[in-house]
Design a protein around this ligand. Structure first.
Ligand code: URA
Length: 190
């Protein structure tokens, strides 16, 4: 099973109700052996229309921050917890998230096998850390976590979601500062 096989499966997926309302599934894209994976929540309107992750306003900001640390989008892997847009951008239901992560996300992460997973926003962070962890307290601090089901260990870096930071000056500065720490964190973990 390769990442391209998973991509094909995602594009044809009918395993949850989001399949009925999506325009395009959004498997993710980038370097299949990236050192870092950026993990968002789910596709928005632009992503649903184009079938690509982070291509709207938040995506442009993310791309800009990736460039600010000397990388290109093609150097990293970008994906989401759920691969199909929830209607009207509602939060995905728990069972939509668990089907999608079990079928696709954990396998994608296993195959890319990045040094670091930067979670974007609290929903993404809470796939790895319990609900009592607050993003306001642990953003920018790398954490080692073990997936209870697979036993696999990941290094995650909780970051604010670029959409939240886009129009909030203080959050924006915090996110930009956390981004600047990424190269050193990867170097240290390597
Ligand atoms: N927000 C996300 O969480 N993911 C995307 O792909 C786009 C916007």
């Amino acid at each position: 099973m390769t990442l391209s096989d998973i991509e094909r499966q995602i594009k044809a997926c009918q395993e949850c109700p989001l399949a009925k309302t999506r325009t395009n599934a959004v498997p993710g894209e980038g370097n299949f052996s990236a050192d870092i994976v950026f993990l968002g929540e789910g596709p928005g309107k632009d992503e649903d229309l184009q079938g690509r992750p982070f291509v709207g306003a938040a995506g442009k900001f993310l791309t800009q921050m990736i460039k600010s640390i000397g990388l290109k989008r093609e150097d990293v892997f970008i994906t989401n917890i759920v691969k199909c847009r929830p209607p009207n951008n509602r939060d995905p239901e728990d069972d939509e998230v668990s089907v999608c992560t079990e079928l696709y996300l954990w396998r994608q992460l296993e195959l890319v096998n990045p040094i670091l997973i930067a979670t974007l926003g609290r929903h993404s962070m809470h796939r790895f850390l319990p609900k009592n962890f607050k993003i306001s307290q642990i953003h920018g601090i790398p954490k080692k976590v073990t997936n209870k089901k697979t036993g696999k260990t990941f290094n995650i870096l909780p970051l604010y979601h670029p959409a939240a930071a886009l129009y909030n000056g203080a959050l924006r500065e915090t996110l930009e500062n956390d981004f600047k720490k990424i190269p050193k964190i990867i170097e240290k973990l390597r």
